[in-house]
Design a protein around this ligand. Structure first.
Ligand SMILES: Nc1nc2c(c(=O)[nH]1)N[C@H]1C(S)=C(S)[C@@H](COP(=O)(O)OP(=O)(O)OC[C@H]3O[C@@H](n4cnc5c(=O)[nH]c(N)nc54)[C@H](O)[C@@H]3O)O[C@H]1N2
Ligand SMILES: Nc1nc2c(c(=O)[nH]1)N[C@H]1C(S)=C(S)[C@@H](COP(=O)(O)OP(=O)(O)OC[C@H]3O[C@@H](n4cnc5c(=O)[nH]c(N)nc54)[C@H](O)[C@@H]3O)O[C@H]1N2
Ligand code: SF4
Ligand SMILES: [Mo]
Length: 738
């Protein structure tokens, strides 16, 4: 056996950690993965998911040839070109009969972490004229888009990590999720440690004492879902104490007095009572943020952006940065003007609120608009909170065909039962997907793809790379290995190009029309993306570790003379929702929904071992994380008579799931912390071996946030009960019966 080593980078998540692969030349397979100390960004860091890549590449669950589902539910191999012909004919038929809007696309994480796939289904929909483009973006952190659209934008962005002497983190755990703006998505641990070593202070607000909280100077551990109150409480303290940046507010804020009035009811005592924290701790955190620190801002993650009133919470958190002027100013250096996107001049002035969702296409479901998430596209994205309704609701524009690229839709779209009904009712579900997972099993056709080490690719370029990487970094990688012998798999975009060709439409990729007569190479698409870089594609290709383009750093330009743009901190819709929060029934430790009182709030969390619904079946991972435990406070478990490892039933006002209770001393009482993406298809799940789907607890018929239809995905009011032995027996009988 001859072994060779090659360098590459992992793309199981968006961190793109540098890796060293050991390849067995006799089989052409990757046999070992290690972190690469020489990597310019990750410096040797790699997580268990990355190290277990060989098991994922050669998993029995991987699909190696196109499949078609038969009437009896079984799958038969089908030739690639036949499958393309059949799918294109069905799509054309649907377009002819019902119009282009009957075709929807769903782009998941598997596509986003793949430079040539990220937008390709969206590009196809634009080419055929359908607005029905969905992705997890609108069930993730689209509150950030809403906040920018209502408050206004400061183009240079927040103080960067290197400028900061303090940072505040709401509902985000970058040391596990490896995803955080203004930190670094390649090696957050190293960046945080380095910043702390030079004296930077950290404030963490999370119902769980997270891995990130271990580095906090101040840690607030509130009930979930109280970020609105906490942020409003901070603003009130700051304005009362006069800790705001008065000059910045005078120049750039239109309505500071409205903000002051609106947060007045959020006294430290009110907030402390609501959020279950000490008023003194709230004051200490506000002081460290606004008074004892000069630079560095507040930011949030999925915890805050998935709880109720997520847009409002995000808005108020950004208001903390606004009132304290925690933005780069004229003359400051913007370190990463984005290597792979066109460079543009950032000026120290406000672009006033644009509320872009108010213009353009509106869904027939409750009139929701679209959000534009990436440049170079004509259409925005629709809201995933209404994805199932777009399929189920009859009438003109009803979605009948879905092209899924890299998402396990049925496991990750909230309201699993409803999503299941929706997917089952489709005329056509096509998955471009490497594994036989729950959504693949529901699909009519599956086009399997190459995996990350098997295709040429680039480091992250979509979704705000300039604030996700702390340095102006880009890297190209060639395919390190071929797909397994005999596999009929292609790079994702090829499936879409072939369908576009058959439909007779012109694909436009990142603003550039693709050759539709002769199929391009993957490198040709990558070359399009790299056209904005300071060096040519061939030069980038010749740099095995890529490059940090420090010479591109930009000095923030002065404002235009006469610029009158101002932040709007308290527009009417924001003020109205804040009033609504104040009118909510509050009883510390309890939560209310649909007039019912609940004892717990279930929060979302990421697990280091898996990425959303992916990786559960890898043996080494299964040993470490066999299920999505229902984590609870250990003392509370004793009080409730629930022992570690015991089965519990968790019920919301939308449904019930079973879980395995697991003591977690990092949690406060009244909280259940449970990860998403687990469980099989509804009614067919053995929760003990497959985990449970928390999406069952979430309704998409109600409790949707305004504008982005964001479902209530964290801080979900639930009750938890022990599973009585007789119920347990029935369950076992059910499971045994399959
Ligand atoms: N290992 C791993 N990495 C991942 C993923 C994965 O599945 N596994 N998923 C990727 C994806 S898709 C994304 S979007 C990112 C997300 O990245 P993050 O946003 O960092 O996600 P989490 O790690 O779940 O951290 C969310 C935190 O919010 C807390 N929280 C929950 N509810 C509330 C609340 O109401 N208020 C406050 N203040 N906190 C709350 C939770 O306890 C948790 O610590 O991670 C990415 N990275
Ligand atoms: N209840 C609840 N629901 C949630 C969340 C939550 O916190 N709570 N989080 C939400 C968030 S933030 C997100 S981003 C979504 C995640 O939802 P998804 O994006 O659907 O989640 P993943 O499990 O990461 O799915 C990735 C899919 O891509 C496939 N894949 C991997 N590599 C490739 C590739 O190279 N090409 C292709 N075509 N496919 C590939 C994988 O096999 C898998 O099927 O879940 C959302 N749903
Ligand atoms: S953090 Fe993400 S990119 Fe890095 S090794 Fe783990 S899975 Fe791969
Ligand atoms: Mo996400």
């Amino acid at each position: 056996m001859t072994l060779t080593e090659t360098k590459s980078f992992c793309q199981i998540c968006s961190a793109c950690c540098g890796t060293k692969l050991t390849i067995d030349d006799s089989t052409g397979r990757v046999v070992k993965v290690r972190g690469d100390k020489d990597d310019l960004m990750s410096s040797g860091y790699a997580c268990i998911k990355g190290l277990e890549a060989p098991a994922a590449l050669y998993s029995d669950n991987r699909i190696l040839e196109p499949l078609k589902r038969m009437a009896d539910g079984s799958f038969q191999p089908i030739a690639f070109s036949t499958a393309l012909d059949e799918v294109a004919a069905k799509l054309q038929d649907s377009i002819d009969r019902y119009g282009a809007e009957s075709i929807a696309g769903f782009r998941g994480s598997g596509a986003v972490v793949n430079a040539t796939a990220g937008l390709i289904v969206h590009n196809l929909l634009e080419a055929i004229g359908s607005h029905k483009s969905f992705s997890p973006y609108t069930i993730d952190q689209s509150a950030k888009n809403i906040s920018a659209g209502r408050l206004g934008i400061w183009p240079p962005g927040r103080d960067t990590l290197r400028d900061s002497d303090m940072r505040m983190f709401f509902g985000i755990n970058p040391l596990v999720s490896v995803l955080c703006s203004y930190l670094d998505m390649t090696n957050p641990m190293k960046r945080l440690k380095d910043a702390r070593a030079r004296g930077m202070k950290v404030i963490v607000i999370d119902p769980r004492r997270t891995e990130t909280a271990e580095f906090a100077d101040i840690f607030l551990q509130p009930y979930p879902g109280e970020d609105v109150s906490i942020a409003a409480g901070f603003i009130r303290i700051i304005l009362k104490e006069g800790w705001e940046d008065k000059a910045f507010c005078a120049d750039h804020v239109q309505d500071l007095e409205e903000l002051r009035r609106a947060v007045e009811p959020f006294t430290p005592e009110y907030v402390a009572n609501r959020a279950g924290i000490l008023a003194h701790d709230l004051w200490r955190a506000a002081s460290l943020f606004a008074h004892e620190s000069k630079r560095g801002g507040a930011g949030s993650g999925t915890g805050t952006n998935m709880a109720p009133h997520s847009n409002l919470a995000e808005h108020l958190i950004e208001c903390l940065n606004v009132v304290c002027g925690r933005y780069l100013r004229a003359g400051d250096v913007f370190p990463n003007p984005s290597v792979l996107r066109p460079s543009w001049t950032r000026q120290a002035q406000v672009i006033p609120a644009q509320r872009w969702w108010e213009e353009g296409y509106k869904s027939r479901i409750k009139g929701y608009g679209t959000l534009t998430t990436t440049i170079g596209t004509k259409f925005g994205e629709m809201m995933t909170g209404i994805f199932a309704d777009e399929i189920l609701e009859p009438g003109e524009g009803q979605v009948r065909c879905v092209i899924n690229n890299g998402s396990n839709i049925i496991n990750i779209v909230p309201d699993q039962e409803k999503t299941f009904r929706a997917l089952k009712s489709l005329d056509l579900l096509v998955s471009i997907e490497p594994y036989m997972n729950e959504t693949a099993r529901m699909s009519d056709y599956i086009f399997p793809t190459t995996l990350h080490y098997e295709r040429p690719d680039l480091t992250h370029w979509m979704y705000a790379a300039e604030i996700m990487y702390s340095e102006p970094y880009a890297r190209y990688k060639p395919a390190a290995v071929s797909p397994p012998a005999g596999a009929q798999v292609v790079d994702d975009w090829i499936v879409v190009w072939e369908l576009a060709k058959r439909l007779g439409v012109q694909l436009v990729f990142d603003g550039i029309p693709l050759n539709m007569l002769t199929r391009p190479e993957t490198d040709d698409l990558l070359r399009i993306i790299v056209r904005h870089a300071p060096i040519s594609f061939d030069e980038l290709k010749a740099m095995p570790l890529g490059k940090i383009f420090n010479e591109t750093a930009q000095v923030i330009a002065a404002a235009d003379p006469g610029n009158t743009g101002r932040f709007t901190t308290m527009p009417m819709d924001v003020a109205a929702e804040l009033e609504e929060v104040l009118s909510e029934r509050v009883e510390p430790g309890f939560a209310f929904s649909q007039g019912q009182r609940f004892t717990h709030r279930l929060t979302s969390r990421r697990l280091r071992e898996v990425i959303n619904s992916t990786g559960h079946d890898i043996p080494a991972i299964r040993r470490r994380m066999p299920t999505n435990y229902a984590y609870m406070n250990p003392e509370e478990m004793i009080d409730l008579g629930i022992s570690n490892g015991e089965k519990v039933k968790i019920s919301s006002d939308n449904g019930s799931i079973f879980g395995i209770a697991r003591a977690d001393p990092t949690l406060r009482r009244s909280v259940i912390s449970m990860s998403h993406g687990w469980g099989g298809l509804p009614g067919q799940t053995n929760f003990e071996t497959e985990g449970s789907n928390t999406g069952i607890l979430i309704s998409t018929d109600r409790d949707l946030d305004p504008i982005n239809a964001m479902p209530r995905m964290s801080a979900i009011p639930v009750n938890v009960t022990r599973v009585a032995p007789q119920v347990e027996e029935t369950l076992e009988a059910l499971i045994d019966a399959g």
